[in-house]
Design a binder for this molecule. Structure first.
Ligand code: GTQ
Length: 345
């Protein structure tokens, strides 16, 4: 066991004044804050957002603030550990809920952070990424990777609402976050690549004799496909948890550089996760009903709700109805940094 480290109080005032003037500080009183023993000490606390509640407030924002005055009409889901107004849902993940009303558009821009949307409600919404028009249907995962021009539009007749997930906190931390604007894009007149080039997994398009190798070949992952795969897996397995990772169909890598997305089915009953891991997580319920205990805190959720879990959380589920969810996490980032870790409990 290492000895207890010295504190600031143990140092003479005259010395502390001189340190301050010289622009230096002793490490030892703050060493354990940044390097605690054995496990990190997360600031993040598990959060829960009831969809009905946020939806009502978002629809009011639709009355109070025209989209032109908002650019993106979003309510930000703030980590309870950092307080309302924090633009972090976890250490690395930003979450927001965005509303677009019929006929509205959100102007084209691109930024250094990457974004993904999970569509929660409404028909007729779409995102255009580099000229590719991506329909937004309930449960779809739609990517707008860092550096790619994107705008949103709405051809339906009822509000469209989706969940935005961005790796914004990282880019802010790195002082690398900025955006640029351009004119609304004119979409190409063809279906998105999930309906065309990548309709079948295991097949990669070849153009003029060359295998395609695009950084972001597929930017819309329709929920219908994810659900079908999970149901088929479930029919052939007695496992209580079935999961599929969303990957780049050309190389099997995560769909975005830092954020990972996993489609999960949780079957009715009690499920105790027997591992803790270094990832931070957000869970968005597509369909189902149940309770989850995150580090002893019980969360009761149903379809369209969202909750978060900080790094190394202990998680237990009690599933009332078979559930489908999309798990947003930062495993790709942690693997790139070489420290992703799981521990059995
Ligand atoms: O739709 O491009 O929630 O740029 C935050 C920043 C959404 C977007 C957000 C954004 C967007």
């Amino acid at each position: 066991m290492s000895p207890k480290l010295g504190t600031i109080d143990e140092l003479p005032k005259e010395y502390l004044d001189k340190l301050e003037e010289a622009g230096v500080a002793p490490l030892w009183p703050m060493m354990r804050n940044v390097l605690p023993h054995n496990l990190p000490k997360p600031v993040t606390k598990s959060g829960f957002w009831n969809y009905g509640k946020v939806r009502e407030l978002l629809l009011r924002a639709g009355e109070l603030t025209p989209v032109e005055k908002a650019e993106r009409r979003v309510l930000v889901l703030s980590d309870p550990g950092r307080g309302v107004g924090s633009m972090q849902a976890t250490s690395s993940i930003y979450l927001g809920m965005q509303l677009l009303l019929p006929g509205e558009t959100a102007p084209a821009h691109r930024h250094t952070p990457s974004a993904a949307r999970i569509i929660i409600e409404g028909e007729g919404g779409y995102t255009v990424v580099n000229g590719e028009k991506l329909p937004m249907e309930e449960g779809d995962l739609v990517l707008t990777p860092g550096g790619e021009w994107h705008d949103h539009g709405h051809e339906g007749d009822k509000p469209v609402i989706w969940l935005d997930a961005l790796d914004l906190p990282l880019f802010v931390y790195l002082e690398g976050s900025y955006s640029e604007e351009t004119e609304l894009q004119i979409p190409k007149n063809k279906p998105d690549t999930s309906q065309l080039e990548y309709l079948s997994s295991g097949l990669v398009p070849v153009t003029a004799g060359k295998r395609s190798s695009i950084k972001y070949p597929m930017m819309r992952f329709p929920w219908a496909k994810t659900k079908e795969v999970l149901e088929k897996l479930s029919n052939n397995s007695s496992d209580k948890i079935l999961s599929v990772d969303y990957v780049n169909p050309e190389n099997g890598q995560s769909v975005l550089p830092t954020m990972g997305f996993t489609g999960t089915m949780l079957k009715k009953g009690k499920i105790k996760i027997d591992k803790i891991s270094s990832i931070s997580s957000a869970f968005h319920i597509i369909k189902g009903k149940g309770e989850t205990t995150v580090n002893g805190k019980k969360i009761t959720w149903s379809a369209k709700d969202t909750f978060t879990a900080p790094v190394f959380s202990q998680i237990e589920h009690s599933i009332e109805e078979n559930t489908f969810l999309i798990h947003i996490h930062d495993k790709p980032l942690q693997e790139k940094l070489g420290y992703f870790e799981e521990r059995s409990i």
